[in-house]
Design a protein around this ligand. Structure first.
Ligand code: NAI
Ligand code: MG
Length: 495
């Protein structure tokens, strides 16, 4: 159950926080002593700082993770014992839920209730992977007479986790939960724009009984700490969530050492609304799927495809709802907060300007609260109609509160449009026709398809990942445990 956010805490909890890295169980600054200022996206004011980690700090963290993996005690603990550590971590995150939710909200600018939703998901991730740790096992394979062949699930070793700024608590939890359950050790590089809860979780992991060196965090810039980590020869596997371009750079770095990777690279996810759909059920979900977290969600429902007979009626109602949306500071807990930083706000504004210049009609625009602080990075939600599917707005991830509407006639065109981008992460299908639910869901190329529902970022238990430009590998659910381990086959000749 989601609790009501504590807005008093929101204003006080993160005052003047000077975060440290977590390396080998110790809280340390960057070796250079350099720090990065942390500003709140709601007002642009600096309220904290993080170490500016670089190669030397990554070297220390990887060495510590390697030692913890090879010498133990982590690698000698049973899966059940590792699971218990995660279960205790889940409990500690729950104990500190108010503080973590407030910190996440302030660091990212997300509305207070989204901070609560994120911490609730994190609690569940650590609970899920704590319980799953001793249930991911191998099998026995019928083989030649006189032989016994078995498979076991082996950890990769040192896993590097490069985390984005949009959902740090959740994305860290899905990475750390699965990686630690399988017996890997971790070096995490959170995003420079949102590192504070990651440092806090690594601290709580120590308290939960995670041996020193198992869960390391180095904060810093992508081009410095991130690049040093992804190309480090002491890393055995790299997992990344973020932009396709950075994904390519990280894969190239990992390829230098021939290491495996999991890549979750976002999407241009469609919601397909057929004329026979329950429109009252679809409308709030379609709006929320693009407004949640200000549209800064890899699985945002950023395209809505509406069948011709209801196109006018449905988009008119969508427009009415968009007009009413207000962007406000995180502690007001409004419809949406600010965007993460100036660069992102400029990027989103430029894509809106480009779509306007291309002549796509603006069907509705929400607003920014009159008294929103000047230093914040606010963007009013925008609904575009009659978007050219091949335009930038039809093809590219905006990562802001911008919804592109299209119309179609019949299933064939719906599927063609839905599959008509290089991405393939999530899709929503709205129809009451049971046969059509199955036909369309089957033909959509996406890692997750929702029928009469849409899960932007949800579903701890549900495997998640992309096709095409959305990336490869699967996170969440039991399947993530397979990505975070490799099969080892052992053959006994006993005559
Ligand atoms: P990004 O993909 O560059 O950053 C994500 C993470 O990668 C951060 O921790 C960053 O420090 C790290 N990183 C950056 N360059 C690196 C490098 N060369 N080597 C290793 N790590 C590196 O995303 P950015 O620039 O913050 O946002 C730009 C766009 O990326 C957004 O507009 C959005 O479209 C997309 N994005 C998608 C996300 C998703 O959940 N799919 C999350 C964040 C951004
Ligand atoms: Mg921040």
């Amino acid at each position: 159950m989601l609790k009501t956010p504590d807005t008093t805490l929101l204003r006080t909890v993160a005052e003047e926080r000077a975060a440290l890295n977590v390396i080998g169980g110790k809280m340390v600054g960057a070796k250079s002593g350099a720090r990065i200022e942390v500003a709140c996206p709601s007002d642009g004011r600096v309220f904290a700082s993080i170490p500016r980690g670089e190669t030397a700090d990554i070297d220390a963290a990887v060495a510590s993770a390697r030692h913890a993996f090879e010498v133990g005690p982590w690698s000698r603990m049973t899966a059940t014992e590792r699971g218990r550590v995660l279960t205790r971590l889940s409990g500690l995150v729950e104990q500190h839920a108010d503080e973590l939710a407030a910190l996440e909200s302030r660091d990212t600018g997300k509305p207070a209730r989204q901070g609560v939703a994120d911490v609730t998901a994190a609690i569940r991730y650590y609970e899920y992977y704590g319980a799953a740790a001793d249930k991911a096992h191998g099998s026995q394979i019928p083989f030649l007479e006189g032989y016994t062949a078995i498979t076991t699930r082996e950890p990769h070793g040192v896993v590097a986790g490069i985390i984005p700024w949009n959902y740090p608590l959740q994305i860290l939890a899905r990475v750390a939960g699965a990686a630690l359950a399988m017996g890997n050790t971790l070096v995490v590089k959170p995003a420079e724009d949102a590192s504070l809860t990651t440092v806090r979780i690594a601290e709580l992991a120590l308290e939960a009984g995670c041996p020193p060196g198992v869960f390391n965090v180095v904060t810093g810039y992508g081009a410095e700490a991130g690049a040093a980590l992804s190309g480090h020869p002491g890393v055995d596997y790299v997992t990344f969530t973020g932009s396709p371009g950075t994904g390519t750079a990280i894969q190239q770095a990992a390829a230098g050492n021939n290491r495996g990777v999991t890549m979750e690279l976002g999407g241009k996810s469609p919601q397909i609304v057929f004329a026979d759909a329950d429109l009252d059920a679809a409308l709030p979900v379609v709006v929320n799927a693009i407004i949640q977290n200000g549209g800064q969600t890899c699985s945002a429902g950023s395209r809505v495809l509406v069948e011709k007979p209801i196109h006018e009626e449905f988009t008119a109602e969508l427009a009415r709802r968009f007009e009413a949306l207000v962007a406000e500071p995180h502690d007001r807990d409004g419809d949406l907060g600010p965007l993460i930083n100036t660069r992102q706000a400029e990027r989103v504004a430029a894509m809106i300007a480009e779509a306007e210049a291309a002549g796509f009609p603006v069907l509705a625009k929400g607003s920014v609260a009159d008294d929103a602080p000047q230093g914040g990075h606010y963007q009013a939600p925008v609904l575009f109609g009659a978007v050219d599917p091949l335009s930038a707005l039809g093809q590219e991830e905006v990562f802001g509160p911008v919804l592109a509407a299209f119309s179609f006639e019949g299933e064939e065109e719906a599927v063609r449009l839905a599959n008509g981008t290089e991405y393939g992460l999530v899709a929503g299908v709205w129809t009451r026709d049971g046969g059509r639910q199955h036909r369309v869901a089957k033909r959509i190329r996406a890692g997750q398809v929702y029928v009469n529902a849409y899960g932007a970022g949800g579903g701890i238990e549900l495997p998640f990942g992309g096709f095409g430009r959305s990336g490869h590998g699967r996170e969440k659910g039991f399947e993530a445990l397979m990505d975070m381990s490799a099969t080892k086959t052992t053959v006994f000749n006993h005559g």
